[in-house]
Design a protein around this ligand. Sequence first.
Ligand code: SF4
Length: 455
Amino acid sequence: MSISKKRLHVITWGCQMNVYDSARMADVLAPLGYAPADAPADADMVILNTCHIRDRATEKVFSELGRLRVVKAERAAIGQNTILAVAGCVAQAEGAEILARAPYVDIVLGPQTYHRLPEMVAQASRAAGAVIDTDFPVESKFDFLPDDAAAQTAGGLTAFLTIQEGCDKFCSFCVVPYTRGAEASRPAAAVIAEARRMVAGGAREITLLGQNVNAWHGVDAQGAPSTLGRLLRELAAIPGLARLRYTTSHPRDMDDDLLAAHADVPAVMPFLHLPVQSGSDRMLASMNRKHTAADYLDIVARLRKARPDIALSSDFIVGHPGETEADFEATLVLIRAVGFAQAFSFKYSPRPGTPAAGAPMQVPEAEKDRRLQALQALLRDQQAAFNAACVGRTLPVLITGPGRYPGQIAGRSPYLQPVHLDGPLSLVGREIPVRIAAAHTNSLAGEPFMDRVAA
Ligand code: SF4
């Protein structure tokens, strides 16, 4: 049977999980003949993979859909059909509302139903009307992904592998438990098999993904209960795999196994993104974070004991309802106590349907702005200090490709900093020692690497 060639364009907003999901949607559509298109105007199908985390997410979706409606109409005028699909967290949260406000959309699908996409495309192609599927099926979408998907999604030296989805923590400000559902872990054997395929496809660094990745649990090869720490050990044994990372973690799930993996699995990189959100216990309780500032500092101390060179990144929210100046000051105190290499910080903005959205004592916008600026100034200083402290050190750098200029190559440090240096392209794929000569805001410059042994 011959399959006619069609083109697919995916627009991805949001986190690495969405980037990964977009690649998986492309994978499940490949057998239907869909190849990538560079622009919506060239595509027989456009998927808008959305994120609900950022401010005014829903409105942004509808304004993008307005643009895609024009593209769809222009293509229709020359006799070309365009299937328009909305996926991701906004699709999950808004569901039928999307079809009500944008009736030209053909498919609305939630993050748990990507494996059903070919069936939905077939239905939409038969002009049977719009298709909507935002169920949380009993079976996991993990069970339905094609076996050779990894070979298609890996496509590089650094790969992402989803091992966990959803969250049971219900932080007051977050939509994830409502849009991604309850915590679900992908079986260890499937994770290890996919990692092997990724490595066979050329990956040297794998980042394990999950909304609450360190809540991952399963059984190991001997049938014993397993945790993320044990899974990291099993993955580190894959020949050719040099580096492992995982994100995003919750402090409550940093168990002893995981801390031990940081101590004695060299492939686990000494860099961890561990959101704390606030340094005030009052705010942490009101955010339903289930940990205190002291708990967080204790984890940081244990991580540093396990791996003295570990660098930390975090997320912060300023202006959560009820946050006083003293609460905000407590966050600055925590930041000074930890010293972050990197961080993401946001003003609180209400997400419909979350407990904090309707809470009293919303902080005025101008006050949130002031706090955010003060917090970001401190975090910027810490990042600059961390990068500056790398100058003069020799760091192992995984070379991932050519740099921006002729003769230049680029890679990343153990701390996820981009590193540029002069060197031959034959080094791509290798982890080499690089002496750091200079630090910039978001990257490092290495001394030229003289590679006498590279083929
Ligand atoms: S732990 Fe993370 S994903 Fe889960 S509810 Fe809290 S912020 Fe959202």
